[in-house]
Design a binder for this molecule. Structure first.
Ligand code: PGA
Length: 253
């Protein structure tokens, strides 16, 4: 399949990973062969404690390092928080914002996600902005309305395709082994592409990468990644093992 957009496979390690995981990361670098490098960008988003070490280990490996969240301010009296400026300083080149686990666990709203995406932009980080409906919202037939509202509220104006990536992650598919049908994914991704035109303009909207996330694994990656307007994957559980992560990346060649 010929792609006009260079795909991205990003691993979200969530709250997993101690210093000992460096060995697994080295395996990812070693397995990132010329076939994969030619066809897809790879990124790992470890917990903040590992960003600096992995950014160092990633030199020459063709794997970018991202973070999982940032504060909307660059510094100040915010105990326990980490700013986009600090993440960039530690070696991250991107940050996930608005993941459904942050929206649910920390009450993050579209407005706060948008401020975080702006902070990422200010500090030269690409923002991976997550949207996606819950099981109840899907059952109630509200999927498209929810995604639309999240997109409109969470994506800052004036962004380019270098500044943002959108990740569509149905909440009910995360960590459950369940995935939407290819047709359902296609419908939502087409809607995201169309709505992005109104937010970032027609030309940039054609270039923004729209990732699918939620129970992506080597066995279903090829099917999911061949859906129209799916420009890569945001991978949780399966990104913790080099073999699985690279197996997903292999879906692109
Ligand atoms: P999963 O997580 O691949 O384990 O379902 C995806 C995510 O939350 O980004």
């Amino acid at each position: 399949m010929t792609r006009s957009i260079r795909p991205l496979v990003a691993g979200n390690w969530k709250m997993n990973g101690l210093q000992s995981v460096l060995a697994e990361f080295d395996l990812m670098g070693a397995g990132n062969d010329v076939c994969i490098r030619r066809s897809v960008d790879l990124m790992i988003c470890p917990p903040a404690t590992l960003i600096s070490a992995l950014a160092h280990a990633a030199i020459g490996q063709g794997i970018a390092i991202g973070a999982q969240d940032c504060h909307s301010k660059d510094n100040g009296a915010h105990t326990g928080d980490i700013s986009a400026q600090m993440l960039a300083d530690a070696g991250a080149s991107a940050v996930i914002v608005g993941h459904s686990e942050r929206r649910a666990d920390h009450g993050e709203t579209d407005a706060s996600v948008r401020l975080k995406a702006e902070a990422a932009y200010r500090n030269g980080l690409m923002a991976i902005i997550c949207v996606g409906e819950t099981r109840a919202e899907r059952v109630a037939g509200k999927t498209l309305a929810v995604v639309r509202r999240q997109l409109k509220g969470s994506v800052p104006d004036g962004m380019t395709a270098r500044d943002i990536v959108i990740a569509y992650e149905p909440v009910w598919a995360i960590g459950t082994g369940l995935t939407p049908t290819a047709k359902d994914v296609e419908e939502v991704h087409a809607l995201i592409r169309a709505d992005l035109k109104k937010i970032v303009g027609k030309d940039e909207a054609q270039k923004v990468r729209i990732l699918y996330g939620g129970s992506v694994k080597p066995s279903n990656a090829r099917e999911l990644m061949s859906v129209a307007n799916v420009d890569g994957a945001l991978v949780g559980g399966a990104s913790l093992k080099a073999e699985d992560f690279l197996g997903i990346a292999a879906a692109f060649h």
